[in-house]
Design a protein around this ligand. Structure first.
Ligand SMILES: CC(C)(COP(=O)(O)OP(=O)(O)OC[C@H]1O[C@@H](n2cnc3c(N)ncnc32)[C@H](O)[C@@H]1OP(=O)(O)O)[C@@H](O)C(=O)NCCC(=O)NCCS
Length: 217
């Protein structure tokens, strides 16, 4: 199989490399703008993110920050980008998944789901029937979207959060770890708790979580 270049030599990048290895990539390399990082997960860092467009390899972005992921992905030709799905994820046959999206181990994606480009469907999360997930969304570890949920682009669903069936979350939201969403969220912002309520601390929270939504870049 072809070579894969992963942009972002981070902890998340390391997990992406592990999926790539299981999917049969024989050669895996990293690109990172930090000159002091020379390897990640046992794979070499061979250049900067700006080299992704010209390298003779498939490309995927291993960066948690949605704003950065969006900026880099949209600067790349679509044909270079791949979608990576861990062999131990369960994905229904009719699911549509965009380029640059990574689906981690133990994730379950049920029939009728559409997932945009550049998303992270993280370890042991689930996306139930007929959900619509926008671009550059992160469904964090162990979080669950019940049936017919819609999540707007750039939104981060925190670890262990649950989104009740038939609810909609707008673009660029940060849903805190463990939150339970029971009503539609129509205004971008940070929401925590059970049931979830808006926090008045957007700047701070986006920084801590590596910029869940586009506004933090
Ligand atoms: C919601 C979140 C973004 C807020 O981060 P923050 O702005 O730095 O907030 P702080 O940690 O300063 O906490 C501010 C207050 O909110 C509370 N709080 C923070 N996160 C909370 C959460 N998830 N649920 C309930 N309350 C929360 C804190 O206890 C604190 O309350 P206090 O003022 O009464 O002491 C963050 O805590 C969070 O949940 N991040 C998600 C992390 C995650 O899912 N990672 C996944 C990796 S795969």
């Amino acid at each position: 199989m072809r070579k894969l270049a992963i942009i972002g030599a981070s902890g998340h990048g390391k997990v992406v490399a592990d999926i790539a290895r299981r999917k049969g990539y024989k050669e895996i390399v990293f690109l990172d703008d930090n000159d002091s990082i020379h390897e990640c997960g046992g794979y070499p860092v061979i250049g900067k993110s700006t080299e992704a467009g010209t390298i003779d390899a498939d490309v995927i972005i291993g960066i948690g920050n949605a704003g950065v992921r969006k900026q880099i992905q949209e600067s790349l030709p679509d044909e270079k980008l791949v979608t990576l799905i861990h062999p131990d994820a369960v994905v229904a046959e009719d699911v549509v998944i965009g380029k640059g999206t990574v689906v981690m181990a133990g994730a379950v994606i049920n029939p009728g789901v559409r997932i945009g480009k550049g998303c992270i469907i993280n370890t042991c999360s689930s996306v139930d029937h007929d959900c619509e997930v926008g671009d550059y969304v992160h469904i964090a570890v162990g979080s669950h979207l019940c049936g017919t949920v819609s999540v707007g682009s750039g939104t981060w669903i925190g670890a262990g959060a649950t989104v009740s069936n038939n609810t909609s979350i707008c673009t660029d939201c940060m849903i805190g770890a463990g939150a339970v969403i029971v009503n539609d969220i129509r205004e971008s912002g940070t929401y925590v708790g059970v049931p979830a309520r808006r926090m008045d601390m957007e700047e701070k929270s986006v920084k801590k979580c590596g910029g869940g939504g586009y506004p933090a870049g």
